[in-house]
Design a binder for this molecule. Sequence first.
Ligand code: GCU
Length: 420
Amino acid sequence: MSFTSQCLPLFCLIIGIDPMKLPNPADLAFMAALPDALVCLDGTKIESPVAWQSKRRPELATLIQHYEYGSLPTVKVSPVALPIHENKSAMGGKAWLREFAVRMGPKAPPIHLLVLLPNSKVSQKMPVPIFLGVSFTGNQTITKEPGVRLATCWQYDKYPGVEKNLATEASRGTASKVWNPELILDAGYGLAVFQTNEVDPDNKELRGGLQPWIRDQEKHTPEKWGSIALWAWTFSRMVDVLVQDPSIDSKRIVAVGHSRLGKTVYLAAALDERIAMSIPLQAGCGGTAPARGTVGESVKRINTAFPHWFNSRFKEFNDRPQALPFDQHAMAALIAPRPVLFPNASDDQWANPDGQFAILQAADPVYKLLGFEGLASQIKPPINVLSAGRLGYWERAGKHEMNTDDWKVFVEFAKKHLGS
Ligand code: GCU
């Protein structure tokens, strides 16, 4: 059970914000610079951790949902994880592999969660810290281990082993260099993964996966959740499952996602305090890059190409992102003081790496107010150098992708802040 999404009305009660009474997008004033994370809508400057926690933090959680992602589903669920496959000695004996069908209700379509834990720790009865990832592709792509379920939901065409938007046997193991399970297990961490397309197919024309079931549970309007918010909500439902598993260290769950799925894990960690660390990789516009940015993707472009990702109000900022009463550092501020790492690639200017560093700088005062180091330095680190403060930054040479070099840094960052 949880957490912020389900408690949103409570937040509103505590701080007296009624989302229905927030200004219309057209009535919001322009702010050319990134808004001060510590100044409330009513102009109050936050000067203590208590005021942050009781007033500004819930306000920001409301604002980001109201004007950008849409409010998360309010349906209360208790996910049930039914084991569908297990191999205690997978990957040459290295891994305890399990796969679960997670249902939000008896009639809800299942979300399949693959969980790999290192036997080196399991055999010593040590709860395992874990990376929880959200994937573009099905569980069978993460490892070639036999028995992992072949995804049956709609797939993106461009991935290997996909034919007519369906996964085939040829897709097995094809994302092993994206998710790098061996490297993760060797580091003493576990890896759990599920696929967004089972939740809500990433296609503006399609309604499938869990989405129709959620729509049946509550009245949906265009101001409510878009796909990113629904993916983030489901991410938290997977956290519900992991925190109940005694073999997993519930205090050390690290959220990982790439690009649009980076946007997803950034939002999920902002709204779910059980997530110990977030790694939104190359998450760009609508994620870790400023909406006010002038490099790479714009609010108008993302809303036009991917109208299903955000809510209807966000479209009203297409030509005036400067009127947003927050910017993308709101999520890092909500994550504070937990660690968050923005990994980037220098060829990927679409995701605006420099703008992302500015986002970390704008979140830094919140970490300081809470008594923690945010950025290790106010200067953007050189290529291939990890800046490993709680507001972490890393940029490698190369293109838009998640690869083995990225994972070496994720593991280093996780070990630094959460231990091995
Ligand atoms: C597109 C989109 C980005 C997104 C990326 C991805 O490039 O414009 O916003 O992050 O796809 O998810 O790979």
